[in-house]
Ligand binder design. Structure first.
Ligand SMILES: NC(=O)C1=CN([C@@H]2O[C@H](COP(=O)(O)OP(=O)(O)OC[C@H]3O[C@@H](n4cnc5c(N)ncnc54)[C@H](O)[C@@H]3O)[C@@H](O)[C@H]2O)[C@@H](O)CC1
Ligand SMILES: [K+]
Length: 461
């Protein structure tokens, strides 16, 4: 099954293409509703089910689900504030053998929300709002069909009450909201129901778990990748990047620094030479610049030296605040990976004159304008480059700790040094970062997270 992530416009186009190829909308709805009913049945295990049906085709799916459950012997209560407004939803309504009510309250332990899907177009008010408020307040098992009803499918923001769901069943393809905040955190477990739609041309894709490999039998430290972390004014952050990079598969990690690092581990090589001289080492495969760099003139010079060295670079933290058109002059953008959080992404957009709203559009527009690969990190992580957008499953919320980004940048640099493209390196890094956090458990420090990158590697070998 394809793991495409679509906009609403792309979803509508895919459904039209399926219909042009001979599948009717009713057949798609039947497949969607029956596929969803199978999941509802698994969750309900025979307990009574309430289905909330809206006016459009999402409501139509609800009638199919209700009919399917009824035919399995379920006690089904359907609440539909208005009659269906589309032909296909009317067909679904006419095929449903039971009665409906116009409003709550509902009492059943399982509630299936089919009020609105990707057709949500305005603020949720009146009886629909009351139903979603009742759902929020209820301790029932909540299932959202396609998307939670108050969620805008393209951006994950809300137009009404957003209950915490236990299960969300995406129909035909993932929508962007399934992997964007705030909606992604409220959807519970997510399952995709395949409708056989043509999705091959999708530009948005759910990142799949990478398969990493052990070094080749004849590997030596340089073939595995030499990473150089360019330090600056603050010693702690680049050290964290090194600690993580050393555990993500690099053969050699060096810290280019003219300051003392009494806390550095014995197995980290610190190069105190003049930076230009240090950068002349042909064996360097990737550079990391930014953590602890500072934003003064000397920091800018160090960043410029790294960029003009022609090496592949990961730019993070302060480097993202310094970066501009002048620094990128003559630099091949396909060799550069940026790892901004939301504030850094906004600053970058300002520096490069990119006007866009929201994290997703900003990351896409920045990458399109500069040719750089952009890993927009945070509770929802988006990777944009080579004309593709990758979305990721949610990581641990404990990653919201100082130094977490330095760890991610260190892993990115190591993966980049190991013959991976910026897109591949960033993808590996996000998975390793998430897995390290899972292994680190609750309330870890950034250094503990960096140490867990080593066991995290084992999960992908
Ligand atoms: N088109 C297809 O081929 C298929 C579509 N499917 C379902 O169809 C859904 C999309 O259906 P629709 O495009 O009909 O849209 P929806 O069912 O999501 O809702 C649109 C309807 O709700 C109304 N509406 C929107 N926002 C409202 C608000 N805040 N308050 C009150 N009314 C509001 C609109 O005027 C319209 O009548 C998908 O999410 C999916 O569940 C599935 O059945 C699979 C097949
Ligand atoms: K819904």
């Amino acid at each position: 099954m394809s793991e495409a992530v679509l906009t609403v416009a792309q979803m509508v186009a895919a459904e039209k293409a399926a219909m042009a190829a001979g599948t009717s909308e009713w057949e798609l709805m039947l497949k969607a509703g029956q596929g969803a009913a199978q999941w509802v049945h698994r969750a309900a295990g025979g307990r009574p089910v309430t289905v909330l049906c809206g006016p459009g085709n999402n409501g139509g799916d609800g009638y199919v689900i209700a009919e399917d459950l009824g035919s399995r012997g379920y006690d089904v209560d359907v609440i539909a504030p208005v009659e269906p407004s589309t032909d296909t939803a009317r067909t679904a309504r006419s095929q449903f053998g039971g009665d409906t009510r116009e409003q709550g309250p509902f009492e059943h332990a399982i509630v299936v929300d089919c009020l609105f899907g990707y057709g949500l177009s305005r603020q949720v008010e009146g009886v629909y709002r009351e139903l979603l408020e009742e759902l929020s307040a209820s301790d029932c098992f909540k299932i959202a069909i396609d998307v939670p009803s108050a969620v805008r499918s393209d951006c994950g923001s809300t137009l009404g009450p957003l209950p915490r769901y236990d299960l969300t069943l995406a129909l035909g393809a993932w929508k962007q909201a399934h992997f964007l905040m705030p909606s992604m955190a409220m959807m519970g477990a997510k399952e995709l129901i395949d409708l056989g739609l043509p999705l091959d041309d999708a530009h948005g894709v759910l990142s799949s778990r990478p398969a990493l490999s052990a070094p080749a039998a004849d590997a030596h430290k340089y073939t595995r990748g030499l990473v150089a972390v360019v330090a600056g004014e603050m010693p702690g952050a680049p050290l964290l990047s090194c600690e993580a990079g050393m555990r993500a598969g690099a053969g050699y990690v060096k810290l280019f620094s003219d300051r003392s690092h009494p806390d550095a581990p014995a197995d980290l090589v610190i190069v105190e030479d003049d930076l230009d001289e240090a950068l002349e080492d042909d064996r360097i495969d990737a550079l990391l610049v930014g953590p602890g760099l500072g934003r003064g003139e000397t920091s800018r010079e160090r960043l410029a030296a790294a960029l003009t060295s022609g090496r592949q670079c990961v730019l993070d933290a302060d480097a993202l605040h310094l970066l501009d058109d002048d620094l990128l002059e003559g630099v091949d953008p396909s060799r550069i990976l940026l790892t901004p959080h939301e504030g850094e992404l906004a600053a970058l957009c300002e520096s490069f004159g990119v006007e866009a709203d929201g994290k997703l559009d900003r990351a896409r527009s920045l990458s399109a304008a500069t040719g750089l690969t952009v890993l927009a990190k945070g509770p929802d992580t988006i990777l944009v480059g080579e004309g593709t957008t990758l979305f990721f499953p949610q990581g641990s919320s404990w990653l919201s700790v100082a130094g977490s980004g330095d760890v991610l940048a260190g892993i990115c640099a190591t993966r980049l040094a190991g013959s991976r493209s910026p897109m591949e390196a960033a993808q590996d890094a996000v998975w390793l970062h998430h897995e390290a956090a899972r292994l680190a458990g609750p309330a870890f420090t950034a250094l503990q997270l960096a140490h867990c990158v080593k066991p995290a590697m084992a999960s992908f070998l």
